[in-house]
Design a protein around this ligand. Sequence first.
Ligand SMILES: [Fe+2]
Length: 311
Amino acid sequence: MTRTTDPVALNDWYVVGYAPDITADAPRRTRLLGQDIEVSRAPQGGFACREIGEDGGRTVPHVEERYGFVWVCLGTPAQDIIAIPEFSEGSDRRFLHRGRIAVPISGLRVIENFFDLSHFSFVHTGTLGGYGNAEVARYDVEFREDGTELWAVGCSFVQPKASAAVATQDTVVYYDYRIPRPFISIIYKDSLVERGRKDLIGLFIQPVEETSCVVHSFAFIFDRTNTDTDILHFYHEIFAQDRMILIHQHPQALPVSPLGEVPTISDASSVAYRRWVDQSGLEFSVLRNWTGDQMTRLGQVAGSGDAGVAA
Ligand SMILES: [Fe+2]
């Protein structure tokens, strides 16, 4: 596709790279919202971004470095980059860049899967869930910051191994999920190492096309025993399991019509997310009027599997 004309999508901020990966010698050529871009170190400091096109391209004025990542808005920012106050709380948490992973599915699907508790036992068996404790306990869905943020709070789940930092033993783990933008979600998970504090695990989605994205992610956690490699191995194994599910989801965009799928009580956050996305006016990666029995422009299953998605 070509660059989207969806103003809601264009006027939002997206992570397009991890700042230390973009050096003077190695700009990052990538794609955002159907538009080819190049992100580079600016001679005067900071970062620069250009749209690449047959007409010679255009300088993107809205480029910022925040939380270790480079953020770009292709339109006129409708709001600031999200605030994550924990990043200014001091350095007792460990920051880990969890890499960037291409997924041939709507970025909204990735976010929805991220806060879905019901898949833990069946997709992350032995770590985030187990067959013996598959029930999703009730939780609450809240809208905060004048409705601009969606939260699923009071979530809990019995987890055999909740993080790399803990021994394997069934433990009830408490979570809050923050969804401050349609393409961003952060878990606030009770630390089992530092009681009373929260581990943060965040996903910043770079929507490449309507049905493909790059997942940039970070962990900001309490763990004084494992190496970075140990921790990354734990997270990458989990995300590889999610990716196998995500690439087979149908339709590939996010249906927001209540007629399309039948939710259960454990899907309360998903239902709220779809309504919230619908009301936001976002069109990019969204399927409206999908009733589950027709193929539409974003409903087709890609014939090429996960090939051809550049990270
Ligand atoms: Fe998962």
